[in-house]
Structures are given as C-alpha cells and as structure tokens.
Ligand binder design. Structure first.
Ligand SMILES: Nc1ncnc2c1ncn2[C@@H]1O[C@H](COP(=O)(O)OP(=O)(O)OP(=O)(O)O)[C@@H](O)[C@H]1O
Ligand SMILES: [Mg+2]
Length: 510
C-alpha cells in the first residue's frame, strides 16, 4: 500500500511532455554550435552536450534555468525507445532514479550546461570548422585502454586490505656484494616511507632495476601506476610496465590527458584559496627564474576566480581570468600571461575523469625529448599537484596488526633530472604523504647532484636510495650515502644501497 505522501513514480509518458530549459549561457553556446555545424533542429546541439557531459563520470554542478526556449521531452530525447534510453543513461549516471520531475529537469539542465561548457571551447579550438570539430569530439571520447572494472585494481580511495609485509628484491640478483646474503626492501613496513631514489650514469641499469621492482610490487598487491616516460623505454620488452599494470600509454600532444587536473575535493573558500596558491607556486616555477611578487599575486587571484567560476576549470579559464585581471588593473601583459598562453597552445588536458577515477587506473605518460621543457615540466607539475590534492583528501591507508600499510598508488618519474631542478611543490607534497596515505614514489636520475637543488627534506623522505656508478661531486653523494661510498669505483650491476636508517651496503643488483 502506498504511503499517503509518496509521489507517483515518474513515467516516460510524463517525461515526454515535460518542459526542459537550459541556462542562458548553455543556450548561447548551443546556438553557436547549431550555426557552425549546420544543425536543422533545436534539439541536436543539446543532445550532443548532454551526451558529452554523460561521458564525464563526476556529477555535473547545478545550472540555472534562465534560458529562453523550452523543449519538451519527446523533442529533446526523441520518442519511444530513444526517450527510454536517454532517461536510463541519466539515471545510471546519477546512480538512482529522480525523486520528482523537478529533479529530473535539474539533472538534464546540469548536464546540458556542463556539456556546452566542454563543447564551446572545442568549437573555438576547431576555428568553428565542422570537420575539425567532429575530429576533436571523436578524439576526446576515444576509449582509454582496458576497462577499469576488469584487470584493474580497486580504486585507490577504497580501503583495500593491507597485503601483509611486501619485501621486494632489488634487481635480478639482489645480494650483498660482499657476503652474498640476499637483500630485500620491506617497503610498506611500519615507519619507513615507500619512496625511492635511483641514481647512476647512463646505461648503469636504473630503468631495468626500477621497472623490475615495480613489476614485482604489482604482483604482490593490485595498485595502479602513474609513470612519466621521457625516453620511451618503459614500455619496451625488457621493462614492460604497460603490460604489468594494464596501463594506457598517452602522448599528451596527440591526445589530451583525460584528467580534470584542477579538480578540488570541495569548494570551501579555504580549499579554493589553497589550490589557487599552489597553482601560483607551481606555475611560477615553470619559467626558471620565477615571477615577481606582483605577478604572483595576480596569478593567485586569477586562479582563484577561475576555480570559483568554472567546474571543471581548465588552464584556458585561468589564462582568460588572468588576461581580464591585467586589463582591470590597467597592466600591460607580461611574462606571466605569456607563460599561460604558451601552456595553453596545446590542449594538454581534457577534464574527462575526476581524480578518483583517473588515479584508480594505470597510465604511462610519454614526454619525448622534442617536447618543449615548459610542456614536460607542467604536465608533471600539474598531475603531481592533482595527485597530491587527491591523496590528501583520502583517509590514512589501513594497516595490518603488524603495522604494514596498504598501498594505493605508485608513481614513477624515470629521468627525474629533467624536472628535479624545478622544485615542484606537488612532488615534495607527494613524497611527504606517501607514508600515511599508502603512496609509492620512485624517482630515477643520473647523479646525486640532481637532487642537490631540492631541499634536504626531499631526500629525507626516501625510504631507499640506490646509486649505481657515476662521476658525481663527492659532496652530494656523501651527504646521501655516507663518507665511505665511492660512486665512481662501482662495478657493473653494483650499487650503493641505503634502506631507511640502516648502514649503507654494497648491493649486487644484476
Ligand atoms: N637486470 C639486468 N639484467 C641484464 N642486463 C641489464 C640489467 N640491467 C641493466 N642491464 C644492461 O644495462 C643496459 C642499460 O640499462 P638501463 O636502460 O636500465 O640503464 P639506465 O641506467 O636506465 O640508462 P639511462 O640513464 O641511459 O636511461 C641494458 O640495456 C642492459 O644491457
Ligand atoms: Mg633509463
């Protein structure tokens, strides 16, 4: 028997006659799409927008209903089975049925507005050319690698049970070079950090060693990997990280990285201000010498405005906010604006996946040598910032009775010397939170000198330092490994090894 106040369930016949209205802004973009693409009817652009928004897993933000034109459900979604299919997609996206007609109208309006906000910039990018626009749409919705429900690990936010102690071999031999005693690294043991720095001259075996450790780690616990590949060798037959992790390989120039890279965990004034400051700090590291105090202040203010007004917020929105702010203050455009213009020349990110989804899957991001340094550094900076923000929003990683931590994600920056001099705030943040949040961060670089530009604290966050042969300044090597260690005298396959607070040992890795 029905309770007296229960509303009658919403039927398809009723939805067919309901009026749907967009926001004025969405309506305006819709008109531009209709003109540029030659749509004959008013429902085509809204359908495209709603479909585009439904492809983004996160819930869309609410949108106002200040548009002029109303479209009824039958026209907007089509008759019969078409209408039923659209309503099913909306319900599936929301995870439940709408409570009443107003809620359904609000959902449609929100998808409509978000979809238009995604399509509008694409139309501009395509120069309003329909062929180029359709190509961009097709690229933006290409599938990204294996289905996340199949072989992939549980979402890193989910509390996978701690896997017990994970003690990994360090290379194919992994023995004390003197005694022959086997050596293992207990990377999730209580107290230690699961971060590691690998060093050595070119060809000494850093990449082979670090990928072997990662493959063994993946076999021990199902965690996703985020790897930055500057040389293109992480996916070759010896390293094979793509196969081990079921990772999707991305080249951000050919295909934008499908991450809402500026997503925030919440929209409180503090979160917005902190995110804006972090973005200011990250962006001002990009041009080496950094920006002046005035530029930084303007950058932070523009970032905060853009983050408040746009969801998802894109780098282009920050660029536009900065241009407007300069105009408001009567300032001539300078290096700060130029940096953002350079950065947004390529569409590096497309806000398709929320961080929780993106970081639950494995990605290998190729940053080949011919890319401008600005692009390489900003891709690493913005993604590590996003992961740092996301990791901080998670509860601490669960531990087992012995205190061994569950691990949630692994990050590899091979050839980190290409970005280490930049003092990336997100990377330092990530190293710091690994211990509590169950992160694993591996950096490899040619020499201990590459780490000397970073704060001392940077190396203090390493649970393991492994140095193959190289001709480093003795100062930096000594600071890290102790006075005994001569890096130039190491044999092939040998490395100096320091695990946590233990004494430095000579390791035969391979
Ligand atoms: N575990 C191993 N087993 C066998 N050979 C190895 C091993 N590790 C390294 N090598 C040899 O060393 C070569 C270089 O290894 P790797 O690419 O890992 O070096 P790298 O230190 O990453 O060099 P670069 O700095 O140039 O990237 C390999 O091609 C291989 O010949
Ligand atoms: Mg290498």
């Amino acid at each position: 028997m029905d309770t007296p106040h229960a509303a009658a369930p919403l039927g398809l016949d009723e939805i067919a006659t309901l009026d749907f209205r967009a926001s004025a802004e969405a309506e305006q973009i819709g008109q531009q799409l209709k003109d540029a693409l030659g749509f004959g009817a008013h429902y085509q652009a809204p359908r495209l927008a709603i479909a585009r928004s439904l492809a983004v897993a996160a819930a869309p933000p609410a949108a106002p209903s200040d548009g002029r034109r109303a479209i009824n459900g039958r026209t907007l979604f089509g008759p019969g089975a078409d209408l039923a299919a659209w309503v099913s997609l909306l319900v599936e996206h929301a995870g439940r049925a709408p409570q009443d007609r107003q809620e359904l109208q609000a959902w449609v309006r929100a998808h409509w507005a978000r979809g238009m906000a995604l399509l509008g910039p694409m139309l501009e990018e395509a120069g309003r050319d329909s062929t180029r626009f359709w190509r961009l749409i097709a690229e933006a919705t290409l599938p990204h690698g294996p289905d996340s429900t199949a072989e992939q690990p549980a979402a890193p936010g989910g509390a996978a049970p701690p896997p017990g102690l994970i003690a990994l071999r360090l290379g194919s031999v992994s023995q004390d070079a003197g005694s022959g005693e086997p050596i293992r690294w207990p990377l999730n043991a209580p107290g230690g950090a699961a971060n590691a720095a690998f060093m050595g001259a070119s060809g000494t075996g850093k990449t082979r060693t670090v990928t072997a450790i990662l493959r063994e780690l993946r076999a021990a616990t199902p965690l996703p990997l985020l790897a930055f590949d500057f040389k293109g060798d992480l996916t070759d037959k010896d390293n094979a990280l793509d196969r081990a992790f079921g990772a999707t390989v991305l080249n951000p120039v050919e295909q934008p990285i499908p991450l809402d890279v500026l997503a925030l965990a919440d929209r409180s004034p503090t979160t917005l201000a902190l995110a804006a400051q972090r973005l200011r700090d990250s962006l001002s590291t990009l041009k080496g010498a950094g920006f002046g105090a005035n530029q930084k202040e303007l950058l932070a203010e523009a970032a905060e405005r853009a983050l408040r007004q746009h969801q998802p917020c894109r780098l282009e929105d920050i660029r536009e906010a900065l241009v407007r702010l300069y105009a408001e203050r009567g300032r001539k455009e300078d290096g700060a604006v130029a940096t953002l213009r350079d950065l947004t020349r390529l569409r590096l990110f497309a806000p398709e996946h929320a961080p929780a989804e993106f970081f639950a899957r494995s990605w290998i991001i190729r940053l080949p040598a011919h890319l401008p340094d600005l692009v390489k550094v900003s891709v690493v900076t913005l993604i590590t910032d996003a992961l740092d923000r996301y990791a901080n929003s998670l509860p601490d990683a669960p531990t087992d009775a012995a205190g061994n931590r569950a691990l949630r994600y692994a990050v590899l920056i091979d050839e980190a010397h290409r970005i280490l001099g930049e003092r990336l705030p997100g990377l330092s943040g990530l190293l710091r939170v690994s211990r509590s949040k169950g992160g694993v961060v591996f950096l490899s670089s040619q020499s201990p000198d590459d780490f000397s530009g970073e704060d001392d604290e940077f190396l203090d966050q390493m649970g393991l330092v492994l140095a193959f042969r190289c001709n480093a300044e003795p100062g930096a090597a000594r600071r890290i490994l102790g006075p005994r260690c001569d890096l130039a005298a190491l044999a092939r396959g040998e490395a100096w090894l320091k695990i946590g607070g233990e004494a430095t040992r000579r390791l035969r890795a391979w």
